[in-house]
Design a protein around this ligand. Structure first.
Ligand SMILES: *Cc1c(COP(=O)(O)O)cnc(C)c1O
Length: 393
């Protein structure tokens, strides 16, 4: 008979081996080593599981699924999209190296490139017209190691000509990394168009319900991904919780249904907004009037995504009345949620930009970004109508 303290730790045993249909959540820091020889084997070959920062079966299931969905060789799940970006870049570049990025990218990515990387001796130059191969060519140096762009940058939806940039990267033997967060592999798989690595913020459409953060790296080269996993992520340590991995997996299981509906709703909302006299412009590539319509037809035949911006005539006062009148749209800084979201960029996510930088990014005082959810389209239109009624005063 063992003592109370020993019993509270060891009494009872997990259910005998069963096979759950849903992905089991291995919420554990470590795994029991079977016996002496298996431990020796694990530490020499890497087969099996020992510690969750090294590998975890729940996280691994999501990685394998994402590798298949993006058409890559291997994937790595991380704690956030920023972690996916950081692990990729820190694995591909070292002090003295140089990279090129499209200038229209997520604010957090831009901050990482301009504020953090220079401290590590890594310089980034920005390419304004990401679809002009010569613009990339002109800035390539002998020490350029990475080209970086987003498949659908927000808020302006300048759909990326992935194959055109991939051709430049391949001519110079440089890795081409694409952030595919806004498109998701349901709408476009950049590796099929010549990209080398795809990264995601899984916090957005992959998880889909606005409950967790996560990030994914998918590489077409298994050896390079192994280096990112075993030498970069393992040491820096942005390991996701297996509980979050479960929630991301749960989201991925309905990804196609949500993105299909969100794209259809977004097109409906964009078409309606385009006709309203209070609306100056709508940046949605699913609209025939949009200058990216043809690229969208080529790269996004199954839908043009859920996130776009539109610009109200007038300024801050009109925007304030509009936002405060909305009842269905949630006012928040997030994307890819099942719920529709709205945000005024100039005063929130982009508030550190100068007026000149805002103008260059195509963000005006009246510009609002929406992320369209899966609600009934008439209810979304009625809510926006409510907003425009308030604008009219
Ligand atoms: C949100 C986002 C990120 C950062 O992801 P987190 O999960 O918030 O760290 C990176 N890229 C894009 C395009 C994003 O929308």
């Amino acid at each position: 008979m063992t003592g109370f303290a020993t019993q509270q730790l060891h009494a009872g045993s997990p259910a005998s081996r069963v096979t759950p249909r849903a992905l089991p959540i291995y919420l554990t820091a470590g795994f029991v080593l079977d016996d002496f020889d298996q431990a020796v084997d694990h530490f020499s070959t890497g087969d099996g599981f020992s510690y969750t920062r090294v590998a975890n079966p729940t996280n691994q299931a999501v990685e394998q699924r994402m590798a298949v969905l993006e058409g890559g060789a291997e994937a790595l799940l991380l704690g956030s999209g920023q972690a996916a970006l950081a692990v990729t870049i820190l694995g591909l570049l070292q002090s003295g190296d140089h990279m090129l990025s499209a200038s229209s990218i997520y604010e957090g990515s831009r901050g990482f490139f301009v504020e953090n990387l220079p401290r590590l001796g890594i310089q980034t130059d920005f390419v304004k017209d990401a679809n002009d191969p010569d613009a990339w060519e002109r800035l390539i140096r002998p020490n350029t190691r990475v080209l970086f762009a987003e498949s659908i940058p927000n808020p302006k939806n300048e759909v990326l000509d992935i194959a055109a940039v991939a051709a430049v990267a391949s001519r110079h033997g440089i890795a081409f990394v694409v952030d595919n967060t806004l498109a998701t592999p349901y709408l476009v798989r950049p590796l099929e168009h010549g990209a080398d690595i795809v990264i995601h913020s899984a916090s957005k459409f992959l998880a889909g319900h606005g409950a967790v953060l996560g990030g994914v790296i998918v590489d077409k080269d298994a050896d390079r991904l192994a280096y990112l996993r075993d030498s970069v992520a393992l040491r820096f340590g942005p390991t996701p919780s297996p509980l979050n991995a479960f929630l991301i997996n749960q989201g991925v299981e309905t990804l196609s249904l949500r993105v299909e509906r969100q794209s259809a709703n977004a097109l409906g909302v964009a078409r309606w907004l385009e006709k309203q006299p209070e609306v100056l412009s709508v940046d949605y590539p699913g609209l025939e009037s949009n200058s990216y319509f043809e690229l969208a037809e080529r790269y996004l035949p199954d839908g043009t995504g859920s996130v776009f911006s539109f610009t109200l005539r007038g300024g801050i006062d009109e925007v304030r009345r509009f936002i405060n009148a909305l009842e269905v749209f949630t006012h928040m800084t997030h994307l890819g949620d099942v719920r529709s979201l709205v945000l005024h960029l100039a005063t929130t996510s982009h508030n550190l930009r100068t007026d000149e930088q805002l103008e260059e990014a195509g963000i005006w005082p009246g510009t609002l970004r929406v992320s369209i959810g899966i609600e009934d389209l008439p209810d979304l239109v009625a809510d926006l109508e409510r907003g425009l009624t308030a604008v009219r005063g």
